[in-house]
Ligand binder design. Sequence first.
Ligand code: GUN
Length: 303
Amino acid sequence: MTATIISGTQIREEILAEISQEVQGIRQKYGEIPGLVTILVGENPASQSYVSLKIKTANRLGFHEVQDNQPDHISEEDLLALIDQYNQDEKIHGILVQLPLPQQINEENIINAIHPDKDVDGFHPVNAGRLLIGGTAVKFPPCTPAAIQEMIVRAGVPIEGAEVVVVGRSNIVGKPIANMLLQKGTGANATVTVVHTRTRNMDTHCKRADILIVAAGVPNLVKPEWIKPGACVIDVGVNRVGEKISEKTGKKIAILKGDVDFEKAKDVAGFITPVPGGVGPMTITMLMRNTLRSLKYKLGLIE
Ligand code: GUN
């Protein structure tokens, strides 16, 4: 059996077209467009590459995009003042501070300083709490978990009643996706297990999964024998394992590998996401959707 590939790049195009249409409608009716600021501190190459993709996508959708690059040595105080400035800016509906941040800055203080109504990453404790409550309390579902849920739903894989196993318990992926899939509602109602570095017999848990979500940050952690035949496998890993020259641009680019041994896993799974071209492109798409949601809340289009 060869698995159906769930292509993030393909689903992205569908969703971006939906967003683009909504943006045009809102611009015509209300004269407003979604505004996103991306704050990048320092010159981490992975962060630069993510941020440039975010900017490109926002521009393509006709958003008001502000790119704010800050030096590596910026103080926490100055960064907090900058966030406050964007909190007050009427044209900005989403504030994204690219993580990780340099050592002198406490990430928690920065996340807490972003106004919860502009926190399009969904990392602020208020939004984490809203996610835990579920239903209409949720304002900004965090982007990677939202991408995962959307991909499973759009692939037509049933989630209700399914055994879901999540590998990894991070605040950005593992904990929120587990919480989202166990809620009451469409695209949820699953039975969820979270496994992590202290779990005994991780393989036994994984083998039970109808839907296996892997966000561990360990290349090839999940072996093909751990996958139930026909299962849906979502690989969130983005591991930089080397460099190569891009055939398209002639520039040096990172070689990316997931947390799942894709080549072997695709012969066992029923559905699988590739790396690259899987969850990654969808995450940025969900950031755009959250920025549009923020404007819609402001305009009273979402209660
Ligand atoms: N760094 C890696 N992933 C993310 C993300 O989703 N949001 C932000 N702000 N920084 C990141």
